[in-house]
Design a protein around this ligand. Structure first.
Ligand code: ADP
Ligand code: MG
Length: 642
């Protein structure tokens, strides 16, 4: 394809050579500085840093859950409580401690406490998550408040957990013979674990699984159409963030050496959420920034306010709330993005994926491909498909089929039911009546990810991309089902060969769609027509047998349309079956092998372009109604002749 393309509206950080350090270098320098200073920092600062580290662990989980995954939880403090109480109980309860210390030695009890805390949290989060993460809108946050409160009261009402008084006398952690009794010693472990967690989460986000997690925010329909089991990913993300909270709770208990219910109350849960949101909810370092900002702010307010306003009221809560409002008003995306923007000139641009992947694709990194389809094989078949939305019949007895190696156009005025039909044959919506077959198999009530797995890729009439992510990431999402690496492999960077193959595949498809120059630009910065091309590239990355395109040429300029037509012809020659909805009649009639015409949800004509163009019902449908005319296509492109 050689269509001239617009320059990217946003020049990505690809301008080389400016700035002093890379972000990674600065991070390493900051960590080294912290490590060097650690022994000399005043006690008070060390304690503060310990708490910041603990809070940041929880906030990092919330960044993943809320900022990246789009699920809001007010209840994280309860999971911190589970982690804290589990170790407190194991270490101090006469029954558990006595029974276990004989077996493992007293020094190992906290580690058993950690194991118990993580196992309990895992089970609890899985159970609660299975019930709640399915909920959408405000029901999910409300539910997190409900179980957050329940757990809090549970802690306070269990006699064996010490009731409101709690449990005291926890032993310090011992690591390789060193007692971590002082905050200075334990702080090293806290920050090591925090940095480790951030590294693992960063790796996770920078992977196939990370893209899938990010896609949750793009909406269920899009993600499922990429073959992603959204319910499962939401649940896993929920469990992951709960485990981070439990880890924080375990460390907290051994820092404090006692636990009581207060720090696990819902208002602390809200504070954790504040940290994640204020810091910049989509950014892992935002968790550290948010935890630091809020911890210091609370600290300062507790110092300053009593002298200003007296000790009569609990003023810091009020001032705290007002400040939150102000920050969220002023910096809707949190502090981290603002900070990143202000400091942009300071940093050298990070190496792009291109350097790591393009051209350097290891020979053995093959992605799963679909079993070959035979030329002319029946891919999709709809038999008397009917879809009702309440009283409205959007599709009525629609039958059609799509073979490998052909382009089939579905046309009709706006509201004729074309997009509805697309949804039915891609599993996005369930049929009211009739059946859809894919490669001969009846797809009764199968979710769209099963269609995707079996070789159906689609684009959407209303573009569904992750606007903030790069074009290449969006397209790589389409190839999700062709790779296997899981969360752990991604976290430990064991997926790099496969990841390189995925990204190379994505770049290949992007180049095919004529967008090579825009591959690293945020998808949202592209013109709408180009975003449609990104969707086509994303669909192709899935290596489909059947490609469903809903108005792919809308918004494209003439040369781009020609290039698209060339691409579709080439794909047809490669054996793909392509079903395309399009209003531009010149485009459709020159391209399609067969055309099906819908009107008011019914098929009014089907056949070759020549047959359809001379069909009187079609002509009437297009030219008869005054309001139908403008929808046929932009000026001069309507070429149905009577
Ligand atoms: P087309 O893509 O041909 O323009 P659509 O398939 O989008 O038409 O819509 C067909 C009819 O179904 C329209 O009248 C539309 O309002 C209706 N419709 C589509 N989706 C829904 C829905 N989810 N709920 C109710 N009505 C819908
Ligand atoms: Mg439509």
């Amino acid at each position: 394809m050689s269509a001239p393309l617009q320059p990217p509206l946003v020049q990505q950080a690809t301008t080389p050579g400016r700035g002093w350090v890379t972000r990674r270098q600065l991070t390493l320098a900051a960590v080294a500085l912290l490590a060097l200073c650690w022994g000399f920092l005043p006690e008070f600062t060390v304690v503060l840093l310990c708490y910041i580290g603990l809070y940041a662990l929880v906030a990092a989980g919330l960044v993943m859950l809320t900022g990246v995954g789009g699920m809001t939880s007010f209840g994280q403090a309860a999971f911190v409580g589970v982690g804290a109480y589990a170790t407190a109980w194991v270490c101090t309860s006469p029954t558990a401690a006595a029974a276990l210390s004989g077996v493992v030695g007293a020094g190992a009890l906290p580690w058993l406490g950690l194991a118990l805390g993580l196992v309990l949290t895992f089970a609890l989060a899985w159970g609660l998550g299975a019930m709640t993460v399915k909920l959408s809108g405000h029901y999910l946050p409300l539910c997190t408040i409900a179980w957050g409160l329940s757990l809090y009261y549970l802690f306070g009402n269990m006699a064996f957990l010490g009731g409101q008084t709690g449990i005291s006398g926890l032993p310090p952690l011992v690591v390789a013979g060193f007692s971590l009794a002082s905050p200075r010693a334990l702080g090293v472990l806290i920050w090591t674990l925090l940095l480790l967690a951030l590294w693992l989460l960063h790796n996770l986000l920078d992977s196939r699984e990370g893209r899938a997690i990010r896609s949750l925010k793009g909406g269920r329909v899009m993600a499922e159409s990429m073959g992603i089991d959204t319910a499962r990913y939401r649940l896993k993300l929920f469990v992951l963030s709960a485990l981070l909270a439990a880890l924080s709770g375990w460390l907290y208990a051994h820092l404090q050496r006692f636990v009581n219910p207060t720090p696990f109350n819902i208002n602390i849960g809200i504070e954790y959420l504040f940290m994640a949101v204020i810091g910049g909810s989509g950014h892992l370092w935002g968790a550290v920034l948010g935890a630091t900002a809020i911890t210091l702010l609370k600290e300062k307010l507790q110092d300053i306010l009593p002298s200003l306003l007296g000790t009569a009221g609990n003023f810091e809560v009020i001032v705290f709330g007002l400040l939150m409002l102000l920050v969220l008003q002023r910096f809707a995306g949190g502090l981290w993005p603002t900070l990143a923007r202000l400091s942009q000139g300071f940093f050298k641009p990070a190496e792009l994926h291109r350097a790591a992947s393009a051209g350097a694709l290891p020979g053995h990194a093959t992605l799963a491909t679909r079993a070959a389809v035979m030329p002319g094989q029946r891919l999709l078949e709809a038999n008397k498909v009917t879809k009702r939305f309440g009283g409205l019949v959007a599709n009525s007895d629609v039958s059609m089929y799509l073979n490998a190696g052909e382009i089939h156009a579905l046309i009709g005025p706006n509201g004729a039911g074309k997009s509805t039909f697309f949804n039915l044959i891609s599993g996005v919506d369930d049929l009211s009546e009739g059946e859809v077959r894919l490669m001969g198999n009846v797809m009764h009530k199968q979710p769209s990810r099963v269609f995707a797995e079996k070789g159906v890729s689609r684009t959407f009439q209303h573009v569904r991309l992750l606007g903030e992510r790069s074009v290449v990431e969006n397209v790589a999402l389409g190839a999700h089902g062709r790779a296997k690496s899981g969360w752990l492999a991604a976290m430990l960077r064991l997926d790099r060969v496969e990841e390189a193959a995925l990204l190379a595949q994505a770049r290949h498809q992007i180049a095919r769609c004529g967008l090579a120059d825009l591959a690293d630009a945020p998808a949202g910065s592209l013109a709408l027509g180009q975003q449609r091309l990104v969707e086509i590239a994303r669909a192709l990355a899935g290596h489909p047998a059947a490609l469903l395109l809903d108005e792919p040429a809308a918004g494209l300029r003439l040369l781009e349309k020609r290039a698209l037509a060339e691409l579709l012809k080439q794909l047809r020659a490669e054996g793909l079956g392509i079903l395309v909805v399009e209003h531009d009649m010149a485009f459709v009639m020159n391209l399609a092998d067969r055309v099906t015409v819908l009107e008011f949800g019914c098929v009014i004509a089907a056949g070759t372009p020549g047959e359809v163009q001379t069909n009187s019902r079609v002509v009437a449908a297009y030219l008869g109604g005054a309001d139908a005319e403008p929808e046929i296509g932009p000026k001069g492109e309507t070429e149905i002749k009577p």
